[in-house]
Design a protein around this ligand. Structure first.
Ligand code: 5RP
Length: 274
C-alpha cells in the first residue's frame, strides 16, 4: 500500500545514499581540502576519484571538487553528499567558526543527493553552527533533500559517549536525516539513542588497516548504517584494497579477518595516491 505521508523526494534520495536492500552505505569522504588544502591522497584528486569511485556507494565532497575532479562521464554514477558548510582553515586553532557556504539552489543544480553541515557542539560557535544546520534543514527539506549532520570534534573535546551522544542527539532533534559521528566506547548506546536516524562513522586520522577495519566492523555491528571514511582509505598504501575490504564488512558482514584477506588480495599492483 502506498503511504500517503511518505516524503517521496527525501526517501528517493535516501535510497540513493543508503542502499534500501541492506540499509548500509560505504561513503567516501574527500571533503578535507575545504579547510586543509592539498591533503595527502587528495592532491591529485581526479586520480583519487577515478580510482575509488567504483567501490564507494556515495561520495562526500565539495562543490569545487565536483566541478574540478569528477570526470564528466562519471558524474551521476554515484550520489553526491555535498558539503555545504565551511569558512575556516587549519591555520586557525579553532575551526568551529563555520557558516553555510553553498546555497540549496546550487546543491539542487549540482544534483546533490544530500547536503552535509558540521556542528561544533560545546565550542564558542556552537549556536552559529546549530543554526547553520537548522537553516539548511529548513531549506533542503522544502526540496526533498536530506541533510547529513557532522558532529565535528574540537581539539579539547573528549570523543566519548557522553559528548558524541549529546552532539548526535542535538543533530537528530534539529531534523538531520543522517548523522556522521565518531566511534566510541559503548557506541551501541549512541546508535540506540538516535534511532531510527541513520548513523555513519567518520574514520579520523590514518591509523592502520586492521584498526580501521575493526572500527568499521564494530560500527556496523553496533547498528551504524555504515562508514564515511576518508584518510584511512585514500592515505593507505593499498587504497583500493582498503575500500573493498570496508565494502565487504559493510555489505557482506565480513569479519575483520575476512576483510583483511580482501585487502591482501588487492596488494599486488596497489598504488598509493598522491
Ligand atoms: C570532518 C569531516 C571530514 O572531512 C571527514 O570526516 C574526514 O574523514 P576522515 O576523518 O575519515 O578522514 O567531515 O568533520
Amino acid at each position: 500500500m502506498v503511504n500517503a505521508y511518505l516524503d517521496a523526494g527525501i526517501q528517493s534520495r535516501m535510497n540513493r545514499i543508503i542502499s534500501p536492500i541492506d540499509n548500509r552505505v560505504v561513503m567516501l569522504a574527500i571533503d578535507h581540502p575545504y579547510f586543509q588544502g592539498p591533503t595527502t591522497g587528495l592532491r591529485d584528486m581526479s586520480t583519487t576519484v577515478k580510482t575509488l569511485l567504483p567501490y564507494c556507494d556515495c561520495l562526500m565532497t565539495t562543490r569545487g571538487a565536483v566541478r574540478s575532479n569528477i570526470a564528466p562521464e562519471d558524474l551521476g554514477s554515484k550520489p553526491i553528499m555535498l558539503r555545504v558548510s565551511g569558512g575556516n582553515s587549519v591555520l586557525f586553532d579553532d575551526l568551529s567558526d563555520e557558516q553555510v557556504t553553498v546555497s540549496i539552489k546550487e546543491a539542487i543544480r549540482m544534483d546533490a543527493a544530500g547536503v552535509a553541515v558540521s556542528v561544533f557542539i560545546g565550542s564558542a560557535n556552537q549556536q552559529r553552527t546549530i543554526l547553520n544546520l537548522t537553516d539548511m534543514i529548513n531549506s533542503a527539506e522544502e526540496y526533498g533533500i536530506p541533510v547529513l549532520a557532522v558532529t565535528a570534534v574540537g581539539k579539547d573535546m573528549a570523543r566519548d559517549l557522553r559528548y558524541l551522544a549529546l552532539a548526535s542527539r542535538i543533530c537528530q532533534d534539529a531534523g538531520a536525516r543522517i548523522i556522521k559521528t565518531y566511534y566510541c566506547d559503548e557506541f551501541p548506546k549512541l546508535v540506540e539513542w538516535v534511532a531510527p536516524t541513520a548513523v555513519v562513522v567518520a574514520g579520523g586520522k590514518y591509523s592502520s588497516p586492521p584498526d580501521a577495519l575493526e572500527m568499521a566492523y564494530n560500527s556496523v555491528q553496533a547498528g551504524a548504517a555504515g562508514v564515511d571514511f576518508g584518510r584511512n582509505i585514500f592515505q593507505d598504501d593499498n587504497p583500493v584494497g582498503m575500500i573493498r575490504a570496508i565494502g565487504a564488512i559493510v555489505h557482506e558482514d565480513h569479519t575483520v579477518r575476512e576483510a583483511l584477506e580482501v585487502y591482501s588480495s588487492c596488494l599486488p599492483g596497489a598504488r598509493k595516491l598522491d
